[in-house]
Design a binder for this molecule. Structure first.
Ligand code: HEM
Length: 446
């Protein structure tokens, strides 16, 4: 398994003491940090705040609670980023539409924002990146029509999600223990997005394979075989989208690609390369995350039988179950932005082009915002979590993820009323993918 040390692209070039970037510690950590405790325990680097660190993987909240309490804003030189953990700060910053998202604006030291891949030169940004990392005007130009078409489809998608979930349940062999991730949580979101995109049934197996191949793009420690799978999948998907966009333009069908080519025909300014990149983003952004939402939700209900009993007694609670799962065990740990001006955050001066990493997971368990934040309580009065980020970049797939989880979880417990962990004493096996939290396996018995 990959170790923290192999996270090479994040290795600090000139590691100095926390907060030391030339101006002195007080310039780079929030005032809460200047407690005696801080001098005893060094602040964690970003690497320690990923599941590559076994103690973070076992329980991320030990480190995040400590950080939020003693240093809610600080600059980690390894990441080249200010790390924020307090709800109030995270909520305000993700909602701030004046901040940048495109890594092209980030200082070279901002390793976590600039990521694994070189920023291509001589290519328009909108033909090199999806809305995830574009700024306005490109971001709004592409996101607005895509949202319009996508949300209209999601609004009438429930019967199709029910069909997809039922089919996945039919395929489970419950005569012996089974891995819910493999049999249910992985295929449901892939089949759902395939249906929205109008993938022919005959090509579904191929599409599932490409989708899983693309996920390797998020894995900095992929094996050579996984890299080959990723590259092959990426090429196949480009070819598939290029052909399908042309086919749907000539002969529209009832799917999102036809919606988008129709909008293009009506004068919406999105070219085919931009369309293809953003359709791919829906695929990559939506699969693993929704897989983990369903897996994490089922596990939490099995670990908290009183909460499961409440859901069984009142099926109308499902929306709250899903929101509480998103708060308590969010599939995505963090997101980021880039300072578009000199500013001050939590008492720390921040310069234009310096990067931020917001720990959504930490914000979701902030005791200043949520009473008893470490209780999984499906009857909370309000659950204003930040699991989907916020502002201009708030997750475009949130309505689909919610719908899938709200259909999948009750149907699973209806189909298998005796559902339980196959080995209640076994430790959960979490994946090691940085900034995502989901189970490798979830072995259940029915
Ligand atoms: C539980 C499931 C999901 C979670 C937890 C999740 C989480 C997130 C987060 C944290 C962001 C960044 C928001 C920000 O920076 O403010 C994001 C953006 C995005 N997500 Fe999701 N996501 C989920 C499901 C989906 C689905 C189902 C899709 C597509 C079908 C999707 C597609 C995207 C895209 C395209 C963006 C970029 C939006 C933009 O920057 O304008 N996500 N998601």
């Amino acid at each position: 398994m990959a170790s923290v040390e192999s996270f090479a692209f994040l290795k600090p070039r000139n590691r100095r003491s926390p907060g030391a970037s030339g101006a002195g510690m007080a310039d780079n950590v929030s005032p809460a940090a200047e407690s005696p405790a801080m001098t005893q325990t060094p602040l964690p680097s970003i690497l320690q705040l990923t599941p590559l660190n076994p103690s973070y993987r076992a329980d991320p909240h030990v480190a995040l609670d400590d950080l939020r309490a003693r240093c809610p804003v600080y600059r980690d030189e390894t990441a080249g980023s200010f790390i924020l953990t307090r709800y109030e700060d995270v909520r305000a910053m993700v909602s701030d539409r004046t901040l940048w998202r495109d890594p092209i604006h980030a200082e070279p030291a901002a390793r976590i924002s600039r990521g694994l891949d070189a920023i291509p030169e001589g290519v328009p940004r909108s033909e090199a990146a999806s809305i995830l990392t574009l700024d306005d005007p490109d971001h709004a130009r592409i996101r607005q029509p895509l949202t319009q078409a996508f949300y209209a489809r999601v609004a009438r998608f429930r019967p199709e999600v029910e069909r997809i979930v039922d089919e996945a349940l039919d395929r489970i062999d419950s005569a012996k223990p089974f891995d819910l991730m493999d049999t249910f949580c992985v295929p449901v979101p892939i089949d759902a997005i395939a249906s929205i995109l109008g993938v022919d049934h005959a090509r579904l197996a191929e599409f599932r394979d490409w989708s899983e191949g693309l996920i390797q793009g998020l894995n900095p420690f992929r094996t050579p075989e996984q890299t080959t799978h990723m590259e092959r999948s990426s090429e196949a998907l480009i070819d598939y989208f290029v052909r399908t966009i042309a086919e749907r333009r000539a002969e529209p069908r009832d799917d999102l690609i036809s919606d988008m080519t129709r909008l293009q025909g009506e004068g919406v300014p999105i070219n085919d390369v931009e369309l293809r990149i953003n359709l791919t983003a829906l695929l990559v952004g939506g699969n693993l995350t929704t897989t983990d939402l369903i897996g994490n939700g089922v596990r939490l209900l099995l670990l908290n039988p009183d909460e499961l009993a409440k859901l069984k007694a009142d099926p109308g609670l499902i929306a709250q179950v899903v929101e509480e799962t998103l708060r308590y065990e969010p599939p995505v740990d963090a997101t980021g932005r880039i300072a578009s001006r000199d500013m001050e955050v939590g008492g720390c001066p921040v310069k234009t082009s310096q990067a931020f990493t917001f720990f959504l997971r930490a914000a979701n368990r902030d005791p200043e915002r949520f009473e008893n934040p470490h209780d999984f309580d499906v009857t909370r009065a309000r659950i204003p979590h930040v699991a989907f980020g916020g502002g201009a970049h708030i997750c475009i797939g949130a309505p689909l993820a919610r719908l899938e989880a709200q259909v999948a979880i009750p149907k699973l417990f209806d189909r298998f009323p005796q559902l339980r962990l196959a080995d209640p004493a076994a430790e959960p096996i979490w994946r090691t993918l940085p900034f995502f939290r989901g189970l490798e396996r979830l072995d259940l018995a029915a």
